[in-house]
Design a protein around this ligand. Structure first.
Ligand code: PFF
Length: 453
């Protein structure tokens, strides 16, 4: 289906929701969310996170959708079209740049998940060994993680090169249902483990004594990352929405799916973690790559078939989640290259894949041979993550809200969100209040906290 400017669109409502949810559901849900919950006191963090999704995540997502759908253009062109000759364009540039930066290191971690999937299928997690040492020696190897990252980038590339309908939409429609099915299977398996009760209590019993300002700010940062906000990805996907796509409803659906997947990932991980003595839920980022293999080994050494199944499905879940998110990061940059440089899709996708991988090599080596090379105390990987998620992302979210809340014509915003008055949006005033006051204030707080912290 093509619209007036001869641009391709998603062909179905399901495709729209699954592609956008695919962007949102990623390593942030399965890897980062349980880690944050573990570090920040369980259910209290989850409650605050839910509030952040509702008060900050949904309004910012609606704003991105409206910018993308109204302009039917890549993020940079979108801002230029809406504010010709104004400095707002910088937000579009930052969005595409940060998507490129994130893709370069997201690919490396995604490569790890692919490696762990292969290891689980080889039965490596059924052997008794020091999983922490195994992880360290793997990530510091100069070749193996790179090889897996290249393979992962190749998979992303092949989807993007096929285009919006036969690439992104088609694969999202296959991968997202698979991902949801795997989650349900794993939750059921995890509930059958001996530590299920303790794990569930940890997740469901709020301990408000752990709630500090920094926990609230972590929850907001997590919501931003997990919902793929302020990086041009959702804006780019929304530029492929048709004029009858219900933007507000789609934003609610995507936020609901993303939050469900994050919480269900907690339901998979914590019952498993609590089933094994002397394993802490607050292991940090090693939870998925060090703690879980240890849990798989202890929990399943007497029933190896379950070990293969549980660990294999778990890393497949991570891989699918990573792939659908990487697709949106890639598309954000590729759409810009196609439309602004006039390059055909195949070549644009190739350019993005190769240049991103070149940057990825530096991130990858920063866990090994380049680990001593630091800037302001951060390795290259740390620096990229810091710039992307701690600086450009919150500032980008702030700018998007100010742009839609204060700069854009209120009537145009209303018309876009109600499809020219054909759908109702009763909470329009609440939305405006949130994007004008609440979200900018909340984001400014995260930003200041991150800089000072
Ligand atoms: N939302 C993805 C996740 O939770 O892993 C990560 C991500 C994808 C961030 C796309 C930003 C983005 F633009």
């Amino acid at each position: 289906m093509r619209e007036k400017n001869n641009r391709v669109n998603f062909t179905s409502k399901l495709g729209v929701v699954l592609a956008a949810a695919g962007s949102a559901v990623g390593l942030g849900n399965v890897w980062r969310f349980p880690t944050e919950v573990g570090n920040n006191g369980g259910a209290a963090f989850i409650l605050i996170y839910l509030l952040c999704v509702l008060a900050v995540g949904v309004p910012v997502m609606i704003s991105e959708f409206l910018i993308g759908r109204h302009t039917h253009a890549n993020t940079i062109t979108a801002f230029s079209k809406l504010a010709p000759g104004k400095w707002w364009r910088i937000e579009g540039v930052a969005g595409v740049f940060v998507a490129f930066l994130i893709l370069s290191y997201y690919t490396i971690i995604s490569g790890w998940t692919l490696y762990y999937l292969v290891q689980s299928l080889k039965g490596s997690f059924l052997e008794n060994k020091d999983y922490s040492a195994c992880f360290s020696s793997f990530v510091s190897d100069p070749y193996v993680p790179l090889l897996y990252a290249i393979f992962f980038m190749l998979m992303t590339h092949l989807v993007i090169a096929r285009g919006v309908q036969s690439g992104i939409e088609r694969f999202s429609k296959i991968m997202m249902p698979m991902l949801l099915l795997i989650i349900v299977i794993l939750v059921v398996c995890s509930f059958g483990m001996p530590g299920a009760g303790t794990g569930l209590r940890f997740l469901l019993k709020p301990d408000f004594s752990k709630v500090t300002a920094s926990v609230v700010l972590s929850a907001m940062g997590q919501a931003f990352f997990s919902l793929s906000l302020a990086m041009g990805c959702l804006c780019t996907y929304a530029s492929y929405f048709t004029s009858d796509t219900k933007l507000v409803k789609t934003a609610f659906s995507v936020c609901t799916i993303d939050t469900f997947v994050a919480i269900l990932s907690g339901f998979i991980i914590f019952p498993a973690v609590f089933s094994v003595p002397n394993v802490n839920p607050d292991e940090g980022p090693g939870l998925v790559f060090v703690t879980l293999p240890h849990v798989f080994n202890i929990a399943f050494h007497s029933v190896p078939i379950l070990g293969y199944l549980f660990s294999g499905l778990f890393y497949l879940l991570l891989l699918l989640a990573a792939l659908t998110s990487a697709m949106s990061l890639h598309e954000s940059v590729t759409a810009y290259v196609i439309e602004s440089w006039g390059v055909p899709r195949n070549r644009a996708a190739f350019l993005v894949s190769v240049s991103c991988m070149a940057l990825g090599v530096l991130c990858c080596l920063s866990f090994g041979v380049l680990s001593d090379f630091t800037v302001c105390g951060l390795t290259i990987f740390g620096l990229f993550d810091f710039c992307a998620s701690k600086i450009i992302m919150p500032v980008g979210g702030l700018i998007i809200c100010l742009f839609t809340g204060w700069y854009l014509d209120r009537k145009m915003v209303y018309n876009e969100l109600t499809n020219e008055g054909t759908v109702t949006f009763r909470l329009f005033r609440v939305y405006l209040f949130l994007v004008r006051y609440v979200v900018p204030f909340a984001i400014a707080l995260i930003f200041i906290n991150e800089l000072l912290g």
